[in-house]
Design a protein around this ligand. Structure first.
Ligand code: PEP
Ligand code: MG
Length: 595
């Protein structure tokens, strides 16, 4: 359905204001803001003086007139598209904006209580809707829904916010929202969304990961940016530094212009590294592969000279679909990737659904603690009708290239054996059906839970490799929700416990003659490259856009020096000090990357 037009531009002049959050997807965007409404939000409340009542009421009348016109426009569009009968629902909505009792009540209460009009209208409309919804009459219950719907529209108009849907965008904007889901991010039209910023979220949220994969500059964790900005404000968003400027000054615009030129020059020099090997100065090969979420990422992966795909997050292939993709559809998709990255390998991670990735067609239950809940391998083992078609599709793709499989969120040996048993069933079925696949396709376990890291010496006998998922490993080790911006200061990759766990894992795999990769976001953090090499990681799988920077970092280091460096780090007990030393080490070896 078409949505409401954007409220009018509210500003464009005024003094510069700067907001700081976490830059999660590089790039600079400039343009007009579109603030998305959050439909479960209560409007803000503040006291007003008696003399302000008439201006509050006139704001209210303007918002009602705008709402009325929007409903009429929508009714006309719908009746043209699907017929007058279906557009009749809007008659009920018009009755709400014209409902004298409700409107008189709002006027009466503002005279007594002296609060802003959003708050008064919200209270009165909610009371009406609640009373109607409690009456045992289906017609009146429907009217309660109409009141709620119209109330949200009036509030959006009062507060200068646009509807949640982006369908109404016709001009490019920077989207501001309380939060965005990965499925909302993935459907953003790159031509209309210049960038986005959210109140909530952390660097490793899947919304942030998607933004970077789609190349949309983004900042998360801005706390209350939705109440600070209004639709139509002019801003500059710096996704590198996590800075957002309202009404950027001439000076700021000039500085950004020159920084952009320098960054492009560094980027160009990095591009020259495309075909050079990812080796340290003393010849240690660190496999540098890419994380991939969407088929369209493939081009960037190849352009940046990745040594294959170290993590294919397959759940994005399931997003926004009415039913899970069939075995054949998946097979085609995995095969396409496997062929494209030849002679390198493709590591397909089995479905990691749950947490912040809810896919209605597959997993729509709501849980109190989704990150500790029915997620990833726990879900798949119990849902063979979903798991087995994926395993079979991956096995079948292994006949067309170097394909490996890995399981997310393994918590212990029994679970890993169960997953392997289901994989073995799939192998047997394919053999019986005469369908080709690679009998020795490598199988890996992601190490993302402390229990897995601590038993990695047992797990290693069941797999060919490990891939450490630090996005989760850090959250579970320090008990800090990776999405919660309030405690993002506690989300520290250099916590001594994290270092010890990584070292435990690399020691276990090396002892068994096997290898360990690392595919969390820290693999792309160039301040941590010396530490990760020193900890014995054999492969880094990173977002394709930052891959050349990581390659330059690897090429600037000596592995023996990194190992000695880590020996010193392991003696320390302070995460901030470890981070400081890491940044210093990195800045000494590749200062040009910190421009
Ligand atoms: C991780 O947890 O580090 C990881 C790579 O997986 P995801 O971010 O998809 O949970
Ligand atoms: Mg994970």
């Amino acid at each position: 359905m078409d949505e409401l037009p954007l409220p009018e531009t509210t500003s464009g002049t005024g003094s510069e204001q700067i907001f700081t959050g976490q830059g999660v997807s590089p790039g600079v965007a400039r343009g007009l803001v579109c603030v998305l409404a959050s439909d479960d939000e209560e409007p803000p409340v503040w006291n007003i003086e008696a003399e302000d009542i008439s201006s509050e009421l006139s704001r209210f009348e303007t918002a009602l007139l705008t709402t009325r016109q929007q409903i009429l426009d929508m009714q006309a569009r719908i009746s043209e598209a699907i017929g007058a009968r279906d557009a009749g629902i809007f008659d009920a909505h018009l009755l709400v904006v014209d409902d004298c009792t409700l409107l008189e009540e709002v006027k009466r209460i503002i005279e007594i209580e002296h609060f802003n009009i959003e708050h008064i209208f919200f209270k009165v409309a909610m009371r009406y809707a609640r009373t109607l919804s409690e009456i045992d009459d289906p017609y009146l219950r429907e009217r309660a829904l109409d009141i709620n719907d119209v109330m949200r529209r009036v509030l959006r108009n009062l507060m200068g916010k646009a509807s949640r849907s982006l369908d109404h965008l016709t001009e490019p904007h920077i989207i501001i929202a309380k939060d965005l889901t990965p499925s909302e991010t993935v459907t953003m039209d790159r031509d209309l969304v210049l960038g986005f910023a959210t109140d909530a979220g952390g660097r490793t949220s899947h919304t942030a990961i998607m933004a970077s994969s789609l190349n949309i500059p983004a900042i998360v964790g801005l706390h209350d940016i939705t109440s600070q900005l209004r639709t139509g404000d002019h801003i500059l968003l710096d996704g590198y530094a996590g800075k957002l400027y309202r009404n950027p000054s001439e000076q700021t615009l000039w500085e950004y212009g020159t920084v952009e030129i320098r960054r492009e020059a560094v980027q160009e020099s990095l591009f020259q590294l495309r075909d050079t090997p990812s080796k340290t100065r003393d010849g240690k090969h660190i496999i540098l592969s890419a994380n991939i979420e969407l088929p369209q990422d493939l081009e960037v992966v190849l352009d940046n000279g990745a040594e294959g795909i170290g993590l294919y997050r397959t759940e994005f292939f399931y997003l926004n679909k009415e039913a899970p993709p069939s075995e054949d559809e998946q097979h085609e998709n995995y095969r396409l990737f496997a062929e494209a990255v030849k002679p390198h390998s493709l590591i397909v991670r089995t479905l990691d659904i749950g947490g912040d990735k809810l896919i209605d067609s597959v997993h729509s239950i709501s849980e109190a603690n989704p990150f500790l809940g029915w997620r990833a391998i726990r879900f798949c083992i119990e849902q063979p009708q979903i798991f087995k078609p994926q395993l079979r599709a991956i096995l079948r793709a292994s006949a067309h290239g170097k394909v490996s499989i890995m399981y997310p969120m393994i918590s212990g040996l029994a679970e890993l054996k169960q997953a392997n048993a289901i994989l073995e069933e799939c192998r047997q079925e394919l053999r019986a059906e005469g369908i080709p696949f690679n009998e020795s396709m490598p199988v890996g376990a992601m190490i993302e839970i402390p229990s897995a890291a601590l038993t990695s010496d047992q797990l290693i006998h069941e797999v060919d490799f490990f891939s450490i998922g630090t996005n989760d490993l850090i959250q579970y080790t320090i008990a800090v929700d990776r999405l919660n911006e309030r405690i993002s200061n506690l989300y520290v990759p250099t916590h001594p416990a994290v270092l010890r766990l990584i070292r435990t894992v690399t020691t276990a795999s090396r002892g068994a003659g096997k290898w360990t990769g690392l595919c969390g976001e820290i693999a792309g953090d160039i301040t941590l490259t010396p530490m990760l090499i020193g900890l014995g990681v054999d492969e880094l799988s990173v977002g394709a856009g930052i891959l050349p920077r990581v390659k330059r970092a690897i090429q600037s280091l000596e592995s023996v020096e990194c190992e000695a460096f880590v020996e010193e780090l392991m003696k320390l007990d302070d995460a901030a000090e470890i981070q400081r030393l890491c940044t210093e080490m990195a800045a000494t070896h590749y200062p040009e990357l910190f421009e």
